[in-house]
Design a protein around this ligand. Structure first.
Ligand SMILES: [Fe+2]
Length: 166
């Protein structure tokens, strides 16, 4: 898939070399798929959660959804700006996401909070690796984008974990 992505690069006056742009498109494709996946993991939790703290977590999950949806657009448009072709459909996301499938039978708020925390933590870890990869490639702007995403993911992780810490 990576090689196919590189051959599909559009010509661009972007100052980065085609080789670097191809590597970054490949990197961003994985994060785009993950962002799409997480966008609907948060909605799955928003729709199905039940418990005494229902309204608080129902609203929190929707806020997290909106934040992740913004990542989808930011990542996709960095990818296309580098000359890539965004694989932004839900079906493509299932192939590219780094996340494990979200269970469809979760109900209790604690279960959703802990499962979403797992997803955020895992993606955050992948984003850290991506930041290093972008830095080593010399793409400071992709590095900056992933840094921003990572900072947001860790903030969301804190919101989730605060329900069951202490
Ligand atoms: Fe809703």
């Amino acid at each position: 898939m990576a090689k196919k992505d590189k051959t599909r690069l559009h010509t661009s006056k972007n100052p980065l070399s085609e080789n670097i742009r191809g590597s970054m498109v490949q990197l961003l494709q994985k994060h785009l798929g993950t962002a799409v996946d997480l966008t609907y993991q948060t909605k799955q939790a928003h729709w199905n959660v039940k418990g005494m703290n229902f309204i608080a977590v129902h609203k929190l999950f929707d806020e997290l959804h909106e934040v992740t949806e913004a990542y989808v657009d930011d990542i996709a448009e960095r990818l296309t700006g580098l000359g890539g072709q965004a694989h932004g459909t839900v079906q493509a996301a299932t192939e590219n996401s780094v996340l494990a499938p979200y269970p469809l039978d979760l109900v209790k708020s604690e279960d959703h909070l802990k499962r979403l925390a797992d997803s955020y933590a895992h993606w955050s870890d992948e984003v850290q690796k991506g930041i290093e990869e972008a830095s080593e490639a010399g793409d400071a702007l992709t590095e900056d984008l992933l840094t921003e995403v990572g900072r947001g993911l860790d903030k969301s992780l804190y919101f989730l974990e605060s329900h069951f810490q202490g």
